[in-house]
Design a protein around this ligand. Sequence first.
Ligand SMILES: *[C@@H]1O[C@H](CO)[C@@H](O)[C@H](O)[C@H]1NC(C)=O
Ligand SMILES: *[C@@H]1O[C@H](CO)[C@@H](O)[C@H](O)[C@H]1NC(C)=O
Ligand SMILES: *[C@@H]1O[C@H](CO)[C@@H](O)[C@H](O)[C@H]1NC(C)=O
Ligand SMILES: *[C@@H]1O[C@H](CO)[C@@H](O)[C@H](O)[C@H]1NC(C)=O
Ligand SMILES: *[C@@H]1O[C@H](CO)[C@@H](O)[C@H](O)[C@H]1NC(C)=O
Length: 532
Amino acid sequence: MLHLLVLILYVVGGTRAEDPYRFFTWNITYGDIYPLGIRQQGILINGQFPGPDIYSVTNDNIIINVFNNLPEPFLLSWSGVQQRKNSFQDGVYGTTCPIPPGQNFTYTMQMKDQIGSFYYFPSLAFHKAAGGFGAIRILSRPSIPVPFPEPDGDYTILIGDWYKANHKVLQSVLDSGKMLAFPDAVLINGNGGNNTQFTVEQGKTYRLRISNVGLRNSLNFRIQGHSMKLVEVEGTHTVQTMLSSLDVHVGQSYSVLVTADQPPQDYHIAVSTRFSSPVLTSTAVLHYSTSRTPASSPLPPAPEDVQWSLNQARSIRTNLTASGPRPNPQGSYHYGQINVTRTIRVGNTPGLLNRKQRYAVNGVSFVAADTPLKLADYFNIDGVFRVGSIPDSPPVSRDIRKDTAVVGADYRTFVEIVFENRENILQSWHLDGYSFFVVGMDAGSWTPDSKKQYNLQDAVFRSTTQVYPKSWTAIYVALDNVGMWNLRSEFWARQYLGQQFYLRVYTPVKSTRDEYLIPSNALLCGRAAGRS
Ligand SMILES: *[C@@H]1O[C@H](CO)[C@@H](O)[C@H](O)[C@H]1NC(C)=O
Ligand SMILES: *[C@@H]1O[C@H](CO)[C@@H](O)[C@H](O)[C@H]1NC(C)=O
Ligand SMILES: *[C@@H]1O[C@H](CO)[C@@H](O)[C@H](O)[C@H]1NC(C)=O
Ligand SMILES: *[C@@H]1O[C@H](CO)[C@@H](O)[C@H](O)[C@H]1NC(C)=O
Ligand SMILES: *[C@@H]1O[C@H](CO)[C@@H](O)[C@H](O)[C@H]1NC(C)=O
């Protein structure tokens, strides 16, 4: 009977079974939220804060019709979803026109050759400080082995720092050229009240998908009396290692397995800011279903220094024999044997322009153009941006200038990017459209000699990496996805004040094998308005 049904579906579906579709309709509104017990204006999705989880399977087509019922333009972006051949759907202002108030836009994206834990967030203005974020999970197809037994439960844990101030107030502080004060609290799944509960049953094992959706702070995550087994980082199955605590830098996602193997009572989950003064801590409860004993103090201590964190980062490796999204093992792509065609050195600097605080990459502080760069490129509209408007390495001078910074790169080249952080605070960088190999990180200045210590075997493959204070991080990336891709600081105020640019991955061949046509429903704005 089942075989017959499968056969019918197969025939009806055409000559080959098509990848499934999943449809969502989302209503974006302002509404009251009380993450710290006091009323705040939040951005809700279908009335929820945080927004709903997106469940999907590798290669699923995800169709999300977003109705913007805010009184201002709005866009969602999908951190870690690669949007292959389709940067039009990326949902940042460099690729996609904002959804005007009262209108809607349907995102059409495919989770092509991806697995793992990611999140979405609102990309315009300072909306991210008001909510509008939620988790994305891409499960393996049933035929592809996952390198650990199916967990008994699977929890989303969105953690992030939070301000009591309204997001528009925060934005106006930045617009006036000042920096923001330190955040007020840490939220766990939208709650800063220390009472979010995760229920577990004695003896069972749970997957926790932890994403830092906050605005600036690295967070340490730990559970009283329990160790965690790291299994996944942004779509890569890792060598499974036991951790007593985990640093999650802003914008990053991790999966850990936790076994409820302790006496049945309640335990604290602690999340606290790292490398900061003061240290903000929030807690949640790991509740054993038969527990009658509340969690007791003291909280498990946070690890100490930056060196501990650097050591942990370096210890995170790809399990080369495990499957990823495809049947072939993750290690079958021998990135260490590919010749690097270009090294782009990326240096972050703060600076003042007209006595206002700005942040720059290689001396250039990004300003948005009047038209999304991808659309200007597509319609050949001159004068919106200039490829090469930002140098390939940090300049000697500390002067900064404003520009619509775009780095040009050729399709199918293999590029090294070195993030050089001469500042005394931690940086977190994210690249849209790609995952990259984190081949090295260390204290001090990067020199070509630093390549000798690169991990060319089993570096982790992800889309967001930290750079420690006065340190460097090197990544390798195979530029196999044509489009206009945002490379940005995940420190949201810095991103807002210019610490970002676009990487234009280009081929002169115009073919839908390399890049899709503009979606038929694309909103057109700026100088692209009225084009076809
Ligand atoms: C969205 O929510 C608002 C406020 O609850 C409501 O007025 C509106 O009708 C909703 N729109 C859709 C498309 O559901
Ligand atoms: C807006 O939603 C309608 C369905 O309600 C859909 O037909 C239309 O394509 C959507 N608009 C865009 C720009 O995606
Ligand atoms: C790596 O993956 C393989 C294949 O699934 C699995 O058997 C092995 O336990 C994993 N090793 C580690 C150290 O995670
Ligand atoms: C939550 O717990 C932490 C750690 O005990 C404490 O510092 C914080 O003030 C608590 N927050 C609230 C809202 O009670
Ligand atoms: C890399 O470069 C070396 C030296 O130029 C060359 O011998 C080798 O064939 C190249 N490897 C690949 C995979 O292109």
